[in-house]
Design a protein. Structure first.
Length: 108
């Protein structure tokens, strides 16, 4: 499995764990609580594989963090009925733009 496939797995696992953290209601609900622990464990395992396969840590972490932030925000708005406004959208665009610049800079 390539570095970017592991990175996608790390992102999906981290987003699942973060959403489950909210759904666990302070770890009082069993299934979401289990998903939190398993999800974060899988996310860090997959991220460690990404780094072992040679993707620079700055690039890997930037992509992982920014994708996680954007996806959690999207799930929050679409499924958890959380509010969003222009300032929040602008912030997400800036975060993603920053990651693109980091990736581009690492290729130079």
């Amino acid at each position: 499995m390539g570095a970017y496939l592991y990175l996608a797995l790390a992102i999906a696992a981290e987003v699942t764990a973060t959403i489950s953290l909210k759904l666990s209601e302070g770890f009082s609900r069993l299934t979401p609580s289990i998903l939190v622990v398993v999800g974060y464990g899988l996310a860090f395992f997959a991220l460690s594989r990404v780094l072992k396969l040679g993707l620079p840590i700055g690039v890997a972490y930037a992509i992982w963090a920014a994708a996680g932030v954007a996806l959690v925000a999207l799930v929050g708005v679409l499924f958890l009925k959380e509010p969003i406004n222009l300032a929040m959208i602008s912030g997400l665009v800036l975060v993603i733009g920053g990651v693109v610049l980091i990736e581009a800079g690492s290729q130079a």
